[in-house]
Design a protein around this ligand. Structure first.
Ligand code: HEM
Length: 374
């Protein structure tokens, strides 16, 4: 364990489910309270102070964003994804075939470039290495805004991403992917550009981190890896149901939720807490609760057998409530398809153990995998 997680674990242990960390800040770990408070219409996300003119959604920004969320819903739901799955699988196979074999891959770099290619193609209708590089730069700089120079660089990077997306729109008169959906709903070009930027940023490091953790777990659990590979190779059709591969992803997101903590603010008095209270939730802590998951630290995909439903408030890798991840179904489907593509093509063994981080993301820093032909 590392600092921030140790501190939260200790606080949660002394608290009893809803713990006052400091005046106006509560840590919520009780699953029932988590479900109620996180899903309440009276919790709002704490806005990032890093927004600048070009990334502003305007005076009615939240209403616009919630309308965009509603419009995107069909594009992101499992039943509508089937036609896109073959494209996702093909894109993943192309990326994996570039991995040295035999060789060693840096799991962080390899998964970011794979997932970014898959998502850029899904969202815009084509891959763009230049745009992926801009998204990567913006996210890296967003993590380093403590100094004025850092903030200035971030503003430049935000403008560069925004302008590159606008340029893409101008040079591709026929909209494809998510852009086509948003254009059909009559959203302005600025809103379409901002939405594509938000979706590209959100679909870059977070799902890539989940994939890196999944590959780490499979490299250290060769028995599960072999069974998942057998399942994937027995079903050449990428749209086939792959229950074990899907369980590997679900279990990875339980054991290693990339978004390991969430903040919300109360906009009305709720359950005895005053307006303005900041609530801190930790998917990591709730998902390691031994009452919900026997042997919680064990990687055990088999626990996701048909009929297993985690208790309310005990599984929240995508958050819960009005600001839950709008792409959770896309992410689960996509990661399952990508995992199957990796396993069909490559065999994974450990090379360098990860140093788990608990910063903005819970990520497997320094993870290296030895890769062999499957
Ligand atoms: C394993 C993959 C993913 C995980 C674990 C994940 C998790 C999350 C979580 C926990 C949040 C809430 C964050 C907060 O409230 O602080 C969130 C929000 C969001 N996610 Fe995801 N996500 C994943 C993949 C994706 C993908 C692939 C996309 C886009 C294609 C996406 C788009 C978004 C957006 C736009 C939001 C902001 C929603 C809002 O504020 O209303 N996510 N995600």
């Amino acid at each position: 364990m590392t600092g921030p997680l140790d501190a939260l674990t200790a606080a949660a242990g002394s608290g009893g489910g809803v713990t006052e960390l400091e005046h106006g800040l509560r840590l919520v770990t009780d699953p029932t309270e988590t479900e109620r408070l996180l899903a309440s219409k009276d919790t709002s996300t704490v806005r990032s102070a890093r927004r600048t003119g070009i990334t502003s959604w305007g005076p009615n920004g939240l209403d616009t964003w919630m309308a965009v969320r509603r419009a995107m819903r069909p594009f992101l739901t499992a039943s509508r994804l089937t036609p896109a799955i073959s494209v996702i699988a093909e894109q993943a196979e192309r990326a994996v075939s570039a991995w040295p074999s035999p060789g060693v891959v840096d799991a962080g770099d390899a998964t970011v470039s794979l997932i970014s290619a898959v998502n850029t193609r899904h969202l815009l209708g084509e891959t763009s290495e230049a745009l992926s590089a801009l998204v990567e730069r913006e996210l890296v700089l967003a993590g380093r805004t403590r100094w004025p120079l850092g903030r200035r660089r971030l503003r430049h990077a935000q403008r560069a991403t925004y302008n590159a997306i606008r340029q893409h729109i101008l040079t591709h008169p026929s909209p494809a992917g998510l852009r086509a959906v948003l254009t059909d709903h009559g959203f302005s070009e600025h809103t379409v550009t901002l939405t594509l930027r938000t979706m590209l940023l959100s679909s870059h490091h977070v799902p890539a981190t989940a994939l890196a953790w999944a590959l780490h777990e499979l490299s250290t659990h060769p028995d599960v890896q072999e069974r998942a590979r057998a399942e994937a190779t027995a079903h050449p059709d990428p749209t086939a149901d792959l229950p074990l591969c899907r369980a590997v992803i679900r279990e990875t997101l339980r054991l290693h939720p990339p978004v390991w903590q969430l903040r919300r603010q109360l906009t009305a008095p709720t359950r005895g807490l005053p307006t303005g209270t900041t609530l801190l939730f930790s998917p990591y802590l709730n998902q390691h609760d031994p009452d919900a998951y026997p042997e919680p630290s064990r990687f055990h995909p088999q626990r996701w057998s048909p009929g297993f439903h985690p208790a309310p408030g005990s599984y929240l890798p995508f958050a819960l409530g009005p600001r839950t991840c709008p792409a959770s179904q896309l992410a689960l489907t996509q990661l399952t398809v990508v995992l199957a593509a990796v396993l069909k093509n490559r065999h994974l063994t450990p090379h360098r153990d990860p140093a788990p981080t608990f910063g903005t993301l819970h990520a497997p820093r320094h993870l290296r995998l030895r890769v062999l032909p499957a």
